[in-house]
Design a protein around this ligand. Sequence first.
Ligand code: GRF
Length: 192
Amino acid sequence: MLVSGSGTNLQALIDRAGEDAGYGIVSVISDRPGVRALERARSAGISASIVEWTGDRRSFTHEVCEAATQAGAEALVLAGFMRILGAEALTRFPDRILNIHPSLLPAFAGSTPVADTLEHGVRVAGVTVHFVDERVDHGPIVSQEATAVEPDDTEFTLHQRLHEIEHRLYPEAVAALGQGRLKVQGRRVVWS
Ligand code: GRF
């Protein structure tokens, strides 16, 4: 798991992990120290480490891939990870890198999706789980779920509702990946 912040999605994945879940979490890697996600990993007895952003995407990506591989990871699961991985990650984990994004992609890609959703005045918001490809918030879509934007929504209330969806959607998608039930065919992901 790759994280940068509070790690509520990590927590949802921890809570569902285990023998029957279809996946296990072998390691949590953060690009910054002192974040809550690292505490959550340690509390769950999962190896937690920091690969600090060096300003150089190529060497940063290499270090992340090495740390994940050494921990025995078969896939990379990004949850609130605020860095863009370079090409090496895609080569080493082909169709095995997942990300979750709090908008209905391709709408509102980027780092401020919830604010952008409200700002644009759309009536329907949502969550997307997708494979990572060479473009940001762009890869084949694994799952999506929508929720209505309420007239009195703030960034906080809307993101809270989106988080509730995320905490359900992400463990399902990670389990499907772990069980080999996701096949990428061009831009489409086929579930079996
Ligand atoms: C989530 O909304 C996720 O979709 C986005 O960043 C947020 C991370 O939240 N990529 P958390 O750290 O899992 O609580």
